[in-house]
Design a protein. Structure first.
Length: 310
């Protein structure tokens, strides 16, 4: 954030205000300004910022062509679909083993019922032990088959999961690139960051801009700051938060008196600013003071001189 300030401060000057009282300090008004720069590169399709225009925070000031970014995003989405198409259908392939297991379990259930029937017949001497042995052998074979199917299912699931994990590892970087492009596309919309008045514009619709290139300068002029300088003797008479009287030229030869508030006092002394041309005044040690003055009616302008009385 750059300071727009021009000052010509002179302490204990012989100039007097319209009421004949000597001012305690003199200075010029300044404002905190912000240079808004492009966050994207390309041709400016729309740009509505005008010098002197008022903007609110969050207002869309313009747009930068994001066609190439959108095309790259579509390309990445197509790549993700292509990778996803190679992804194995784990559920469908495992369903085959589930059907095999269900068939074996159904066979085992039938054998269990036959076994119970044969055991009842044996107790009535209506069946032979060999029939029961045959059924037990069939049950054991069915159980081994069920175990084999379960093992195949587990191995297939592990293999497919590894394969799918590898494909997901390919998709994740593509998704991250899409997120980056989404951020770049969003930054092609020029959004005003703070409320204020446009001071200077550096671009127009139709021009090609680049990331970091200034587009316009904006400042909040609802209150301005007058930077003045006080001597060490005056320093004890000022404090942060103190209300002071600021006089400016009303344009008809009279002075208009405003009320300001001290917002900052320099913690160290400095020599009188070099714009003061006399050697005697340049060697004086002074302290910079900032005074905030409301500017609701827009009367105050950047660079306008003012007189301060503590």
């Amino acid at each position: 954030m750059q300071k727009i300030w021009m000052f010509a401060a002179m302490l204990f000057a012989a100039a007097c205000s319209s009421d004949g009282a000597r001012a305690d300090a003199y200075g010029n008004f300044e404002a905190d300004d912000l240079i808004v720069s492009a966050e994207g590169s390309g041709r400016i399709l729309q740009f509505v910022a005008e010098e002197g225009g008022q903007l609110k925070a969050g207002d869309t000031v313009g747009t930068i062509d994001a066609s190439q970014l959108s095309l790259r995003r579509e390309q990445l989405e197509a790549s993700i679909r292509a990778v996803a198409a190679r992804s194995p259908a784990i559920a469908e392939q495992l369903a085959v083993f589930e059907k095999q297991s269900a068939a074996v379990r159904q066979q085992m259930a039938t054998l269990e019922r036959e076994k119970r029937r044969v055991e009842a017949l044996i107790r009535n001497d209506a069946a032979t032990p060999k029939q029961l042995d045959d059924l037990n052998a069939q049950l054991e074979a069915a159980q081994r088959q069920l175990d084999v199917v379960a093992g195949q299912q587990t191995a297939t699931n592990a293999s497919l999961s590894v394969q799918k994990g590898g494909l997901l590892a390919e998709i994740t970087p593509l998704q991250k690139q899409i997120s980056q492009l989404d951020d770049q596309i969003a930054k092609c919309r020029i959004t005003n960051p703070v409320a204020g008045t446009v001071l200077v514009t550096y671009a127009e619709a139709g021009e090609v801009t680049a990331m970091g290139k200034p587009l316009y300068k904006i400042a909040d002029l609802s209150s301005l700051v007058i930077r003045a300088y006080v001597s060490g003797k005056q320093l004890s008479a000022v404090k942060i938060g103190q209300e002071v009287k600021v006089s400016v030229d009303a344009g008809d030869g009279s002075m208009k008196e405003l009320t300001g508030k001290i917002t900052w006092i320099s913690p160290k002394a400095e020599f009188t600013p070099k714009v003061v041309q006399t050697r005697e005044e340049r060697v004086s040690l002074v302290y910079a003071v900032k005074i905030s003055v409301p500017n609701a009616d827009g009367m105050l302008k950047i660079g306008m001189p003012g007189e301060v009385r503590f």
